[in-house]
Design a protein around this ligand. Sequence first.
Ligand code: ISL
Ligand code: CA
Length: 567
Amino acid sequence: DGQDQWWKSAVVYQIYPRSFADSNGDGIGDLPGITSRLDHLSALGVDVIWLSPVYPSPQDDNGYDISDYQGIDPTFGTLADFDELLAQVHARGMKLVMDLVVNHTSDEHPWFVESRSSRDNPKRDWYWWRGPREGMAAGDPGAEPTNWGSFFSGPTWELDEATGEYYLHLFSRKQPDLNWENPQVREAVHAMMRWWLDRGVDGFRMDVINMISKDTALPDGHQGPGAHHGDGSPHFLCGPRIHEFLQEMHAAVFAGRDGAFLTVGEMPGVTVDEAVLFTDPARREVDMVFQFEHVGLDQGDSKWDVRPLDLRDLKASLGRWQAGLAGTGWNSLYWNNHDQPRIVSRFGDDGEHRVASATMLGTVLHLHRGTPYVYQGEELGMTNAPFASIEDFRDIESVNHYRAWVDPGHQSAEEVLAALRVMSRDNARTPMQWDDSPHAGFTTGEPWIAVNPNHATVNAAAAVADEGSVFHHYRRLIELRHKEPAVAHGDFHMLLPHDERVYAFTRRLEDVELLVLGNFSGEDAPADVPDDAGWAGAELLLGNLPDVPDSGPIVLRPWEARIYRRT
Ligand code: ISL
Ligand code: CA
C-alpha cells in the first residue's frame, strides 16, 4: 500500500541560496552560510532540503540559467563547500535534493556557444533553431517562427544575427531551450545526474520538466484579442514524448542504484489525469509533481490580473487533486516557493492576525495527503515586501513585465507596481530574517535585495524563543506527520465544500479518524460539520489558539485551526 515510500511521511524544506545566509559579507547568500544554519532546520524537524540552483550561472534568472551543470558558482562557494554542506546535512539525518534545470541552459553554456557558432556545428541540433516565417526575412517584425509569448515577456524566439536563424527560449533570451529530441542531449543530462548521485545527493527537483517534449511541428498558439503574443503552451506542456523521456531518465539514472531517492517534477499546467500517470509508481517516472492550479485561483488571464480568492474555489481545486491521486500517485503540498508571493500576505492576514493566519494555513496544508514543502521563511510567517518603486525589484520576470507594459504606455507605472507588489516573485526572495539586527542577520554587507523592515519583530531568533510562534507550530505539524500514520497515509474526505470561511476535512486510516478545521476569515465562524459537538469532546491533537473549549458546538475564532483525533 505504498507505506514503504519514505517520502510519504517526509517534509521538504526549500532553500533559495541567494537569500538564505551570507557567510562572507558580499550581500549574497552562499553554501557556507547554509551550512552554518543547518541547526535551524534540524530544530524544525524537516527531512529533506531542496536547494535551488547553485551551479555556475550568469544569474540572469538567479541561477535558473546554468552555464556548467557540474560545478558551483563562485558566488555560492566551491565544490568543497558543497561536499561539506552535504556531509553536514547527512550528519543531521537529513537528505539533500538538487534543482535540475534541463529544459534550458544558459546561452553561455559551452553547448549553446558551440550550437550557435555555425549552422553545421555538431551541436546545432541540441537546441531549437528555425528560420524566419515562410515568405519573411529574418528580423522582420513578426518573422519569428511561431507567435508564442515567453514567460518573461516578449517573443519566445531570438534572432542570432551571425547565422540568420532564431532559437527558442520559453523563458529569458539567456535561457535557450534544449532539444530533447536529440538523444545526445538526453544522454548528457543523464550522465550529469549520475555524477551528482555519485557525489551523494539524494534526488532532484526537476524544473519545468513537463516542457521538455515539444510538438516538433511548432504550431502557432491561440492569440486572443489585444494579446501581444500567442499561447504556445498546448504545444510544449506534457508534449508527445514526455512520459517516454521521464521513463528513460529513470532507467538511465536511478534503476538499480541503492539508496532512498526523491524525485519531484515541477509541472506548470499539469492536469490531474496526467499527474496520475507521472506519479504512478509502476510507471517509474517521478515520485510526485508540483502543480499550480491552487496558486492560480487569485489570478485572471495573467498572473498580474489579481483577484480575490474564493475559498470555495480553493477547496474544489485541492479537493479534486486529493481525490484524483487517492488511488494511484502522490501529491506535493505547498503554499510557497521562490516564485510565489508569501502565503500569509496572500491567503491570510499579514497584519493583526499574522501568527494565527500563518499557523492556520500551515495546519490545513500539512494535513492534506501528500508531501509538504516549506519554503524558507514560511516557518517564520514572513510576509510580502513593501517595495516602493521598480528600482527595488530584482526579478527578471517583474522587471521585464514593467518594461513591456509601462514603457510603451499600455499601463501606468502605478498600475503595474500595484500588481507587482502583490504577485512579484521578489516577495519570496527578500533575505531570510534571522534576527533583529540591521540586515536581519542575513549579511554583514549590503544585501542584494532589501531586507523586509518587519525583521525587527518577524525573525527566527524571536520565533524560536516563543512557544506560540509560527516556527513552533510548523515544528509540531512536522512532528505530527512523523508520529501519526493517518497524516501521511490516511484517506482524505472534504467537508463543507460550499462554506465561504471554513476549510474542513477528515483523514482516516483504519480505526483512526482525524478532523481538520481552518477558519479562513477574521470573524468567528461555526464549523458546521457532522457531529461537531461529538468532535469537540475528542482529543485535540493540535490547535493554533489557546483555551479551546472541550464541548460543542464548534465555533472557530478568527483564523483558528484545530486538529481532532478519535478512534
Ligand atoms: O513564476 C512563474 C512565472 O509566472 C512561473 O511561470 C514559473 O516561471 C514557472 O513555474 C517555472 O518556474 C521554474 O522555471 C523558471 C524559473 O524562473 C523559476 O524560478 C523556476 O521555479 C525557469 O527556469
Ligand atoms: Ca556571500
